[in-house]
Design a protein around this ligand. Structure first.
Ligand SMILES: Nc1ncnc2c1ncn2[C@@H]1O[C@H](COP(=O)(O)OP(=O)(O)OP(=O)(O)O)[C@@H](O)[C@H]1O
Ligand SMILES: [Mg+2]
Length: 492
């Protein structure tokens, strides 16, 4: 048996007997004389089981158990009764004791009760952890978070030094998430992952310096997609139970991966359908809007000479509202059809400066510092300036909308010759994004603003994708947002 036991009894002889017998079972024992010392020991922590004498001063064993349970609700407690009074035993169990023991102790009975309490404890703890992982997984659809949660929970549950989740990519096991300490070498872990994937069952492998790696395959839809690997310190010999536990975790992880995959498929399918529908509706709106615009202009002209100036203003307002709708319709229609880029040599710095100039009215009467940092070696690139202007404007407007009356907007442009990319970063000191917002920011029509359309970021991403570039976002609630746009210098 493995575990730490706290024994509390004011009779030194009993303490000695229990210490001897429990240590003979392989347990680490702390024996103290009374409730006060017991509570101090419990505060130091780390116990898997407690044995309390029933009759003690100033509080009896049941009261001590209740106090202990306030701090450690899952701690199994065995209450020891001297005279085997069944009423006392029943009362103890009713109030939360795991079981009771009668003095004098019969060795077999002691072993059985202690063993049972410890194994129940282990399962309760593992169940608790699995439940926590399950909840994290159920509440998130994001793959990286799922893998991190799995790695973390595995380290906690198995007391391993580290755990790594590998996913198969092109036949190779690639580490995707890890928890615990950094491994000295990845190869033994990778070898363990490959072995588990090949065999299809949990596998043990002795690696460098006598370290033990346990690996369990992640099976989704009948086939292996990767493996969960833990590495233990040299002195720890894993038991079959450990392998079983690992298999349980990898099963849970595989289910989560499958769910995440299905969710993202569902999402992109639904989004594509939504996009097509929006484009059709927008198309239908185009002609009547054109007509309305003509009528409004006509009205504006007629009312310009009217004696009441308010009427003229009203007509102008109608005109502006129609313009706004027409712009929206154009954007949505553009989204529905795969755009073709009209590439020409573009100076990205100049284009960005033009967009900043267009945002000047949004800066008026606000204390927003604008900082620009442009590298001198940014090359001219083959890009579509019209499309990119939309991207930069959307990003700048989002940054300005995220800040109140004060803040800093920083724009930087740099050249990354080794990747053949130009990197543009727009950073604001605004409200930042929650994880939920961050995960949906590119979704069509996703907005948290009362008058937003939720098109800006979706358009930005589709334009950047078409260019063969990519957008990355770093953001935390209350700490501002940094958006990086990477654009290829050459036509890919
Ligand atoms: N810089 C930013 N700081 C904080 N939140 C942001 C930032 N950029 C985008 N967001 C969040 O992402 C959401 C989607 O942005 P997106 O630009 O697609 O739409 P929008 O700004 O709401 O509407 P619009 O169509 O008018 O641009 C925003 O509503 C906001 O919650
Ligand atoms: Mg926007």
């Amino acid at each position: 048996m493995k575990g730490r036991v706290l024994v509390v009894d004011n009779d030194p002889q009993i303490r000695e007997v229990l210490e001897m017998r429990l240590e003979a079972l392989g347990l680490a024992v702390t024996a103290v004389a009374g409730p006060r010392e017991a509570l101090a020991a419990l505060d130091a922590g780390g116990f898997d089981l407690a044995l309390f004498d029933l009759k003690m001063e100033p509080m009896d064993g049941i009261a001590l158990m209740e106090t202990a349970h306030q701090r450690l609700p899952g701690l199994p407690v065995l209450i020891m009764t001297a005279h085997g009074s069944i009423e006392d035993a029943v009362a103890a169990i009713q109030r939360g004791a795991f079981d009771y023991l009668t003095k004098p102790f019969l060795p077999d009975e002691l072993r059985a009760r202690v063993g049972q309490a410890l194994s129940e404890r282990r399962w309760a703890r593992d169940r608790g952890r699995l439940k926590a992982v399950g909840e994290t997984l159920a509440s998130s659809g994001v793959m990286e978070r799922i893998l991190d949660a799995v790695a973390q929970a595995t380290v906690e549950a198995t007391e391993a030094e580290r755990s790594v989740v590998f996913l198969l990519e092109g036949g190779q096991a690639i580490p995707m998430a890890s928890a615990g300490t950094q491994p000295k070498a990845w190869e033994p872990l990778q070898a363990a992952a490959a072995a588990a994937v090949e065999k299809g069952v949990p596998t043990t492998l002795i690696g460098a310096e006598g370290r033990v790696a346990l690996a369990a395959p992640l099976v989704v839809k009948g086939g292996p997609v990767g493996a969960l690997v833990v590495e233990c310190p040299e002195r720890v010999a894993p038991t079959p139970e450990d392998l079983e536990l690992l298999a349980l975790f990898s099963f849970q992880a595989a289910v989560a991966l499958k769910n995440a995959h299905e969710l993202s498929q569902l999402r992109s399918g639904a989004l594509a359908a939504l996009g097509r529908m929006a484009a059709q509706v927008a198309h239908e709106l185009k002609n009547p809007l054109g007509g309305l615009k003509l009528y409004a202009r006509h009205l504006e002209k007629r009312l310009a000479a009217a004696p009441d100036p308010e009427l003229g203003e009203l007509a102008q307002k109608i005109g502006r509202a129609i313009d706004h709708l027409a712009n929206l319709v154009t954007e949505i229609t553009a989204f529905g059809r795969p755009a073709e880029l009209k590439r020409e040599p573009v100076n990205v710095v100049q284009l960005l400066d033009e967009c900043l100039a267009l945002c000047q009215d949004r800066l008026a009467r606000r204390h927003i510092r604008v900082s620009r940092e442009y590298a001198p070696d940014v090359p001219v690139a083959l890009l579509d300036p019209r499309e990119l202007r939309k991207v930069f404007l959307n990003l700048l407007l989002n940054a300005l909308e995220a800040m109140g009356d004060e803040g800093t907007l920083s724009v930087t442009v740099s050249h990354r010759p080794e990747e053949g990319m130009i990197q543009l970063t727009i950073e604001d000191s605004g409200c930042g994004m929650s994880e939920e917002t961050l995960s949906r920011v590119f979704d069509l029509f996703f907005t948290t603003k009362p008058h937003g359309t939720g098109l800006g970021m979706a358009i930005a991403r589709s334009v950047v994708d078409l260019h063969g570039g990519r957008i990355q976002i770093e953001s935390r609630p209350g700490e501002g947002t940094r958006v990086h746009v990477l654009l290829p210098v050459r036509h890919p």
